[in-house]
Design a protein around this ligand. Structure first.
Ligand code: FES
Ligand code: FES
Length: 155
């Protein structure tokens, strides 16, 4: 066990954990966050995505030791029910969420891509989501939400 200091959604924590344990388990089991999900456990599907120091990161294969001293944001930190982030608002308006299992990956990878590429075409946004799985096949509505989010960044 080791003591690791990190910030999660703006709150400082000291985690008493096995340093090799995936960050996802700390977020789910210790902090009781249910935004990031355990899907494949192999960095293949994106369901466990969180932002670490502003970078989309697959927390199922990211050891807690790597998170020491860093700032982690889960999907819970993006916005609130009362004040959703503009991207969340687009997902609501496009009814882009079906079961929601994939949403951490789609929203956080999608946001990271569009923030860096606000002029991305539809095809480029689709390519930007490569490696993020949605088993509900809700991609078309999600991509439309991301396109509308990009439009908002350009205006
Ligand atoms: S659960 Fe982490 S990428 Fe699938
Ligand atoms: S909305 Fe169900 S997996 Fe994507």
């Amino acid at each position: 066990m080791a003591e690791i200091k990190l910030t999660v959604n703006g709150v400082a924590h000291t985690a008493a954990v096995d340093p090799e344990m995936p960050l996802l388990f700390y977020l789910m089991d210790d902090l009781k966050l249910n935004g990031p999900k355990f899907g494949c456990g192999l960095a293949q599907c994106g369901a466990c995505t969180v932002m670490v120091n502003g970078e989309a990161t697959r927390s199922c294969t990211y050891p807690c030791s790597e998170a020491a001293g860093k700032s982690v944001m889960t999907i819970e930190g993006l916005g609130t029910a009362e004040k959703p982030h503009p991207l969340q608002q687009m997902f609501i308006e496009e009814q882009a969420v079906q079961c929601g299992f994939c949403i951490s990956g789609v929203m956080l990878h999608g946001k990271e891509f569009v923030d860096k590429n606000p002029r991305a075409t539809r095809d480029e946004i689709i390519a930007g989501l490569n490696g993020v799985m949605c088993r509900c096949y809700a991609h078309a509505r999600m991509v439309r939400a991301l396109e509308r989010y990009a439009e908002g960044l350009r205006t």
